[in-house]
Design a binder for this molecule. Structure first.
Ligand code: UD1
Ligand code: CA
Length: 420
């Protein structure tokens, strides 16, 4: 989106998390809250992003790196004060600025887009995102005029008894006209219960000036919640889990138990694949069609699983290429490996990929049969159509079409047990 700057507020203390770390570097499905917030803005098509940092800023900078510009807020005097620190990035610019609380990590990018689009199409000086919530939650309350304009946002702690009953609340996502915002920021004061400069007071300032101040009520409350404590972290993880799993099911994947299947962001799974319970699949994994995964499978980063493959129970795989129709049915660890098509990996097979210093690769060709309880000491290459006897410890390459046996011969001592 052109002429749109985004500001992500990430300077606050987040004391309710009770953590040594910044609240914003806590992770949901492997990705920090603040990284999620910034990614959502970028996915909405906004490249120019400023993060306001202050408290524990090194931690935030470490995870965001050079993906954003930084404004420093030395003292946390409120969200309005946070935005004041971004003046140098706004001054002289025309257009819109999207401002977000950094602690709402599972926003849909489309929702942010809608916010900017309405602000432009209806020529509003301020457009805010709201939700209607049946219970009383500690969010700012929205007061409209007869025409539906936002007259004012009253912070939860500043509400009178009547205002506390208002069900429509502020989500901390705003789109402003840049020039009008700069003018309004100059008028902010901290005459409130918390003695903070509230960004939310900008709404009243703009409304009193006669500007248009609109709102959008979100349709899915689960996407817009913020994280203040560990319970919120759990609520949002669950909401994200249901969203991802539902999306996959809509695309033709069978998930037997939506509540006990943990599929991270950006996982591709083909049609008619079945995912059994207690399976975890990390970001970036690609799985083909008609596969069977789980129960109790752990598919880690860098795996690509071709069509009709099976990854069964208590199997962990990492950076594993699994060929078409290949089966790893039970109790195996396959890491840093490239396995061809129609190969069977027996129960208890382990790629010994780590010698304490380096990770090494195991390559197994098509149509091979790895007997149960085999150790594959990497680096090692097995050709096509190989057969490994059960219980082998394979240290040397195996040529195509060969049988490999690498175990002690059995000795039977006749009558020994009767004598003892
Ligand atoms: C804010 C809103 C409230 C809204 C709620 C939604 C204000 C005054 N109130 O309240 O209307 O319902 O979010 O979650 O904005 N931050 C800074 N610097 C500061 C203070 C905060 O960068 O000085 C950042 C925090 O890191 C956080 C965000 O701003 O990412 C929101 O701050 P927080 O203190 O959680 O605001 P709320 O009290 O929840
Ligand atoms: Ca908050």
């Amino acid at each position: 989106m052109q002429n749109v700057v985004a500001i992500v507020m990430a300077a606050g203390k987040g004391t309710r998390m009770k953590s040594k770390k910044s609240k914003l570097v806590h992770k949901i499905y492997g990705k920090e809250i603040i990284t999620r917030a910034v990614d959502n803005v970028k996915k909405a098509g906004i490249e120019d992003v400023v993060a306001v940092v202050g408290y524990q800023r090194e931690q935030i900078k470490e995870v965001l790196g050079s993906s954003v510009k930084y404004a420093i807020q030395e003292e946390q005097l409120g969200t309005g004060h946070a935005v004041m620190q971004c003046k140098e990035f706004l001054q002289g610019k025309k257009g819109r600025v999207l401002i977000l609380n950094g602690d709402h990590p599972i926003m849909r990018p489309e929702t942010l887009k809608k916010l900017v689009e309405q602000s432009v199409s209806k020529e509003e000086a301020a457009t805010i995102l709201t939700m209607v919530h049946d219970e009383i939650i500690p969010y700012g309350k929205i007061i409209h005029d007869e025409k539906g304009n936002v007259k004012e946002i009253v912070e939860h702690k500043d509400c009178n008894v009547e205002q506390l009953k208002i069900k429509e609340v502020n989500l901390g996502m705003y789109c402003f006209d840049i020039e009008e915002l700069l003018e309004a920021l100059d008028k902010l004061d901290n005459n409130n219960v918390q003695n903070e400069y509230y960004l939310t007071d900008v709404l009243k300032i703009m409304y009193d000036k006669g500007l248009k101040t609109g709102s959008i009520v979100v349709s899915d409350n689960a996407e817009v919640l913020g994280v203040n404590d560990r319970m919120d972290l759990q609520i949002l993880t669950k909401a994200l889990q249901i969203r991802i799993n539902t999306e996959l099911m809509k695309n033709g994947v069978t998930i037997e138990d939506i509540n006990n299947t943990y599929i991270y962001d950006d996982v591709e799974i083909g049609m008619d694949t079945i995912i059994h319970p207690n399976t975890t699949i990390k970001s970036g994994v690609v799985i083909g069609e008609d596969c069977e995964i789980g129960p109790n499978a752990y598919i880690r980063e860098g795996c690509r699983i071709a069509d009709r493959a099976k990854i069964g129970s208590f199997v962990e795989i990492k950076k594993a290429i699994i060929g078409e129709g290949t089966k790893v049915p039970h109790l195996s660890y396959m890491g840093d490996c490239d396995i061809g098509a129609k190969t069977n990996i027996g129960c208890g097979t382990i790629t010994c990929n780590y010698d304490g210093f380096n990770k090494s690769k195991t390559i197994i060709g098509d149509h091979s049969f790895i007997g149960s309880n085999t150790n594959l000491i990497a680096p090692v290459t097995l050709g096509e159509n190989t057969f490994v006897a059960a219980g082998s410890t394979i240290t040397d390459d195996v040529p195509s079409n060969a049988l490999a046996i690498a175990r002690q011969r059995q000795i039977n001592k006749e009558g020994w047990n009767k004598k003892n």
